[in-house]
Design a binder for this molecule. Structure first.
Ligand code: MOS
Length: 748
């Protein structure tokens, strides 16, 4: 692959091109869209978690002021299932359309939807729809091990050597169970769908991390060709994975718009967000590690179970990182599912790796304690030479440097390993460390670039910016290739009618769009050079296009600044409005025999402060070192890591969705009772990027930074808590009562 090492713009801290639109309120989010005659929809949610609808009476609701219609199974019209997903297409979260039958499988499941002139009228009428149920006892229990599994025998995910024998004969061992609770995505922007139907075509304004997939799924569900559906997400108030795939409210809004021939807006409430649009599942993981007394790992076994819903087989994939992060001859990862009466789980920032690394990295810390080894040294000792699970080389791996640079910046050499031995200003300090990793990948992408006679450029791709900086990064790539300043480059995203682009997931947008946008920009440049040599009046007329180049926004003889003509002038002289180029790139995800193991790496160092007198636990500081290939733009990249670290603090200390075991209802279903890390919980976070380009992935050597910053944080925190208190918390989140020297009171 060609390598691009020099650039005036790649790697330069560039302001977000969409920043002014956001801070001035001009950026249009899904629910900002209003149309003449717009109606509001409000779903009726089941108040049981298991059973069936006995009777649904909408008579009273239909008579209420402003109500236009009440839809339910009998009158919503035809909605279709989607065929099984193949690769990155046709993925949706709930595998069947809303209202398909009368069975209730989770609390909050939509059973009807009211459409009215105002949102207040719709909501009031929704509360007046009378639904009676045949009630069964639900199972929303989040304790998983020892409970009935979906798979009789957990599936083998990765295996090498003879783990059982190695564990049996091990000199030093860890065998512990780690649990992580249900976590709910809580982006500030609520899920929303605004559906416009013109009698033939649907225009859907959605909160989507994947507009092209959303279009294809909705076309299937509505039973129309994809050309008759256009999905638009210009801006997203974040998603964290919860907005990757369509949820039932989108099909409901579209069906209502079709039935009524009027635009319909449906905004999912914060309470519904805890029921209807996904969560990270409850997970239990047993980790067994074995080592020689000198610290060499001899066996790693991870057995995880995650819950899933009645409608899906969602696998959290907790063993994604385990097979290649450390060197060991013997390894086994298994995964099983336990069905529950809950809404569908879905990907949440760093799915699999984040909870998986909480368990694995906690166990690594426990083993280091047993070995009386420094946890950084212990990890360095077990650094693999290659990906031992696939027997292929790492594309670019600098894990050791993440650990050593992080240790240096943190001041790790001053650590005294004895429990509670470090104090500052009367506060006990705890220092913890964890390693982390996340996949790097490309998915199939198309893009187009247009160079225009006013000196500006336009780049278009059917991907979307979910807040990570994709608008800015695309402008940087075009600027790199053409020399046109970022301020003169329009980036058009978030529309399924554009050339098909990647999902904003897996942290792979930047790696995916880079080759396609570079190719499109190169082709547009070639088209421009052709104009320059063919047009009357052009100073380049008759020259060979291959002797010319577009550089700094000017057409010139290769390498010669003299005689350069601005791109705008070349096009104006030729009386041509614009030239364009298309680019595309293949994905790496479908490659069944990859040549390289593509991943990003990092190390998390955490200091906590513990005051047992007042049971006060604080995160004092975090040092994060990330090896994520070349960094396109250090500003948004740092934002991504900082935000992810804050989310890791929430995971370690606060976040947990609780279900009432009788009703199956999520009970802390609001931002007051579902506690997340906020500014006051956020310490000083020092982010360092190693910035080694990964040229095996793309010409610029960029990978992605969306998720890795969250991986490892929780394990580093609980290891720091152990260092300060001597208490090992294996069940997240860490509760103050876990740390108090009192007998636990069992309130059964
Ligand atoms: Mo991310 S959980 O792949 O949006």
């Amino acid at each position: 692959m060609d390598q691009i090492s020099e650039s005036k713009i790649i790697g330069v801290a560039t302001r977000r091109v969409d920043g002014p639109l956001k801070v001035s309120g001009a950026a249009m989010y899904a629910s900002d869209h209003h149309f003449p005659g717009l109606l509001y929809a409000w779903p009726v949610c089941a108040t049981i978690a298991k059973g069936s609808i006995a009777n649904l009476d909408s008579a009273q609701a239909e008579k209420m002021t402003g109500v236009v219609a009440v839809y339910h199974r009998a009158n919503i019209g035809k909605l279709y299932r989607v065929p099984p997903a193949a690769g990155m297409s046709l993925i949706l979260d709930e595998k069947r359309p809303p209202f398909e039958d009368d069975e209730i499988r989770y609390y909050g499941q939509y059973v009807a939807v009211v459409v009215a002139n105002t949102v207040e009228q719709a909501r009031a009428a929704a509360e007046s729809v009378k639904v009676t149920y045949n009630r069964d006892k639900p199972d929303a229990n989040s304790k998983l091990l020892g409970s009935p599994l979906t798979t009789d025998k957990p599936e083998e995910k990765s295996k090498r050597g003879d783990t059982a024998t190695a564990l049996k004969s091990a000199k030093v061992k860890v065998d512990e169970v780690y649990t992580t609770p249900v976590e709910t995505h809580n982006p500030i922007e609520l899920h929303a769908s605004v559906a416009v139907y013109d009698g033939q075509k649907f225009t859907l304004y959605e909160t989507s991390q994947a507009v092209v997939n959303h279009r294809d799924v909705l076309a299937q569900m509505l039973g129309v060709p994809p050309e008759q559906v256009q999905v638009i997400t210009r801006f997203l108030g974040s998603g964290f994975g919860g907005k990757l795939w369509p949820w039932p409210q989108s099909a409901l809004a579209a069906a209502c718009a079709r039935n009524l021939n009027r635009p319909v807006k449906l905004v999912v409430s914060r309470q519904m967000m805890f029921q209807n649009v996904g969560h990270r599942p409850a997970i239990e993981q047993r980790i067994q590690l074995a080592a020689e007394p000198d610290g060499k790992l001899t066996a790693v076994q991870q057995d995880y179970v995650n819950h899933t819903s009645m409608l899906d087989d969602y696998d959290e994939g907790c063993g994604e990182i385990t097979p290649f992060i450390y060197s060991t001859q013997n390894l086994l990862v298994t995964g099983g599912l336990a069905r529950r009466n809950v809404g569908n789980p879905t990907a949440m920032r760093g799915p699999g790796a984040v909870p998986g690394l909480f368990a694995l990295e906690s166990a690594m810390d426990e083993l280091a304690v047993s070995l009386k080894m420094d946890p950084v040294q212990f990890r360095l000792k077990n650094e693999p030479e290659m990906d031992e699970s696939l027997n292929i080389p790492f594309s670019s791996r600098h894990m050791k440097e993440c650990l050593t640079v992080g240790a240096e910046k943190f001041g790790w050499s001053n650590r005294t390993p004895q429990i509670g031995s470090m104090k500052k200003d009367g506060v006990t300090l705890g220092w913890g460390v964890a390693a982390c990793s996340w996949l790097a990948a490309r998915s199939e992408t198309q893009a187009s670039v247009e160079l225009r006679q006013d000196g500006s450029a336009r780049v278009a791709c059917g991907t979307q910016d979910i807040g990570g900086g994709t608008y800015t990064v695309l402008a940087q790539i075009v600027s790199h290739e053409t020399g046109i300043p970022v301020s003169k480059i329009d980036v058009v995203l978030g529309d399924s009618a554009l050339p098909s682009g990647p999902i904003s997931g897996g942290s792979w947008v930047t790696a995916s769009v880079t080759p396609a946008v570079l190719e499109a920009a190169q082709k547009a440049s070639q088209a421009l050079l052709l104009v320059a040599v063919k047009s009357d009046g052009s100073s380049f007329k008759g020259k060979k296009p291959e002797d010319l180049e577009l550089a700094d926004g000017m057409v010139r003889q290769k390498g010669q600044a003299q005689g350069a003509v601005p791109m705008a002038e070349v096009l104006q002289i030729a009386k041509v409005n614009s030239v364009s180029g298309q680019g595309k790139s293949e994905g790496t995800l479908e490659d069944s025999k990859p040549k390289y193991s593509f991943h990003s790496y990092g190390a998390q160092f955490v200091e906590i402060g513990w005051q047992p007198e007042i049971a006060r636990l604080r995160i004092n500081r975090v040092v994060t070192v990330i090896d994520a290939g070349r960094i396109m733009n250090p500003r948004p990249a740092r934002n991504q890591i900082e935000g992810a670290v804050v989310m890791g603090i929430g995971m370690a200390l606060f976040e947990e969705t609780m279900y009432d075991s009788r009703s199956g209802a999520p009970i802390n279903n609001n931002l007051a009772d579902y506690v997340m890390a906020v500014n006051a919980d956020t310490p000083q976070i020092e982010v360092t990027f190693l910035d080694y380009p990964d040229y095996n992935l793309n010409a610029l050597g960029v990978r992605g930074v969306g998720e890795i910053g969250l991986a490892g944080v929780a394990a580093a925190i609980t290891s720091a808590v152990y260092h300060a208190t001597g208490i090992r918390v294996r069940d997240l989140p860490v509760r103050i009562e876990d740390l108090l020297p009192m007998p636990k009171v069992n309130i059964a």
